[in-house]
Design a protein around this ligand. Structure first.
Ligand code: DQQ
Length: 579
């Protein structure tokens, strides 16, 4: 016993000596080491807790999203070799609840002449017998963009781990006169009354973006319809998506089905959609007359959200939308971080009851992540005031649902007629969160530091004198003060919100999902959505704060606000990989 005590004393002494020497080392680090360590900690603090991202490397478009045998599949564009775009394969993750994910090995990667230079975006179709088939763009040996099919190797595996590419690929190649380097991203297929399958592929003819229609009886031989389902003077159309939504019966009609066509614009990197009538017999699509193509078109999201894709969740009879959010930092930042790109939370999407636009909402499963919450009710925020919503352990990973009520709509400034031709982003850039107004800006400061020098504003402004004398509601995301770091892209994002504030007695609801470097907001119950990427240096982890602010002349009441902590999702490796 005595020897043991003695041995312990020697051990402790040695341990103390070694720890004090390592302490000394820690007290006087070389400035470079310390700066690197600080940067690494900040980089780590920007990784998301519940927005999907793999442990490392570059990701972009969601691909082939589907539901199969009780499992949700998310494939996505992935560079297995680094944090910049390149070496593109289809990475694969599965989930039973759209919340926790199992990471699987890449499902589709270059193996054959028809995809030797990359496996780009595409879609999944579940055939009537339950067999899923993937159609994706392969970059062939001549760098042409061709469309290939892949089938599961083992239909009894609900994870669909392995995929087989038949030798008869490619099944669609660019025809004579077509632009072979702009011919990609096939949609999910649909079957017409004649039994033929249809799909569209994004392409361009000079500056005209096109959704080219193809037909097939057997999913193997595809014939061009020789025309576009729709086109627009917008440059290349990437990642088209075409799907039906049920219309509840606008204007007293009996309801019916509208078809949505969404495209991603390569030139501007934003997406827009139209919806209208699709005649199955003639394969014609006519968007509703009120809906614009291009810059003035409706968007799923007025922020950082691209290459999106929907699928029908047959388990819950809902349509789910996935979209990619790129980084807004520099390539050098991404290389240092070792990762780039996240997916927005999956959103349910449907047609608004008034038939004027689509509405989106985070899938209800996300709410299972909610933990502790704080609540604010009927709290007046006077002109120029703000208050902190305290009590959450970390508002850097939170879900905030609030409703604001404008107390004096008469204070709304007139809508400048010069803004009529402008988009919301231009208006909001001219009148950012710091510019005092009549009604607004009011809303949230998220990912804010306690000295408020870092903060991202999500807010509304209300103007009067819009069309028909109605108020105009603008929703903005202003990241101009979001970070002390340099070399960040900090665009002000904005969308108009179709809410008649005179009817709602000045009430405008807002939900914001905060996830370290993601601020994803849903205005007016999902009518206007804005996702933004920000990189605070102080407002990270437990140091982040959440505030309500009002920089307008009219008082604003927070009629209710619930802020929830959100637990991190579980991202696990596939157990079968280790066996
Ligand atoms: N990303 C893919 C293309 C697609 C683009 C390549 C959109 O198939 O057009 O990674 O982000």
């Amino acid at each position: 016993m005595a020897i043991r005590t003695w041995a312990w004393a020697v051990f402790l002494l040695l341990a103390l000596l070694s720890s004090s020497s390592s302490c000394r080392a820690a007290e006087a680090p070389s400035p470079q080491v310390s700066a690197d360590a600080d940067l690494a900690a900040i980089d780590d603090a920007h990784r998301t807790g519940y927005h999907f991202q793999p442990p490392k490397n570059w990701i972009n478009d969601p691909n082939g999203v589907m539901y199969y045998k009780g499992v949700y599949h998310l494939f996505y564009q992935y560079n297995p070799k680094g944090a910049v775009w390149g070496n593109i394969v289809w990475a694969h993750a599965v989930s039973t609840d759209l919340v926790d994910w199992v990471m699987l090995p890449p499902a589709i990667y270059p193996t054959a002449p028809f995809d030797v230079n990359g496996c780009w975006s595409g879609s999944a179709t579940v055939l009537p017998d339950g067999t899923p088939v993937i159609m994706y763009t392969g970059i062939d040996g001549e760098n042409r963009q061709v469309q290939n099919v892949a089938y599961p190797k083992d239909l009894s595996d609900p994870y669909l781990r392995e995929w087989v590419k038949p030798d008869y690929n490619p099944v669609i190649a660019p025809g004579p006169g077509m632009n072979a380097t702009a011919f990609r991203d096939p949609t999910t297929s649909w079957q017409g009354p004649d039994g033929l399958w249809r799909l569209v592929i994004g392409t361009k003819d000079n500056h005209r973006g096109l959704a080219m229609l193809y037909r097939s009886r057997d999913f193997k031989r595809w014939a061009p319809a020789g025309r576009a389902l729709h086109s627009g003077d917008t440059g290349m159309w990437e990642c088209p998506d075409f799907y039906p939504v049920n219309s509840p019966g606008v204007g007293g009609g009996g309801g019916g089905t509208k078809h949505v066509l969404k495209v991603s614009l390569d030139l501007t990197r934003f997406e827009y959609y139209t919806f209208g009538e699709y005649d199955q017999a003639t394969d014609t699509y006519v968007p509703d007359a009120a809906l614009a193509d291009g810059n003035d078109g409706l968007r799923y999201d007025y922020g950082n959200f691209y290459a999106s894709k929907t699928f029908l969740d047959t388990a819950k009879q809902r349509r789910i939308l996935w979209g990619w959010a790129n980084e807004s930092d520099s390539t050098a930042d991404d290389l240092r971080k070792g990762w780039a790109g996240v997916q927005a939370v999956p959103r349910k999407v449907w047609l608004a009851p008034d038939g004027k636009q689509l509405v989106q909402w985070p899938v209800v499963e996300i709410e299972s992540l909610r933990g502790n919450h704080v609540n604010v009710t009927d709290t007046l925020v006077k002109a120029g005031q703000h208050f902190e919503v305290s009590g959450l352990a970390s508002p850097a990973q939170a879900d905030v649902e609030a409703s604001f009520q404008v107390m004096d709509l008469d204070k709304a400034e007139p809508f400048d007629p010069a803004w009529r031709a402008a988009d919301a982003q231009t208006v909001c850039a001219a009148r950012g969160a710091e510019a005092k107004g009549g009604v607004g800006p009011f809303g949230l400061w998220v990912l804010a530091s306690d000295d408020l020098k870092e903060r991202t504003a999500v807010f509304f402004r209300v103007f009067k004198g819009g069309d028909g004398g109605k108020h105009v509601v603008l929703m903005c995301n202003d990241p101009s003060m979001s970070s002390h770091a340099d070399n960040l892209y900090k665009p002000t994002f904005a969308g108009f919100v179709d809410v008649d504030v005179a009817q709602t007695r000045g009430k405008i609801p807002l939900r914001t999902l905060i996830d370290h470097s993601v601020v994803e907001s849903f205005g007016a119950h999902g009518k206007t959505c804005i996702l933004s990427r920000v990189y605070p240096t102080k407002a990270i982890g437990d140091e982040a704060r959440l505030y309500v602010f009002n920089n307008g002349e009219s008082d604003v009441k927070v009629t209710h606000l619930n802020a929830y902590e959100i637990r991190s999702v579980k991202i696990t490796a596939d157990v079968k990989q280790n066996t």
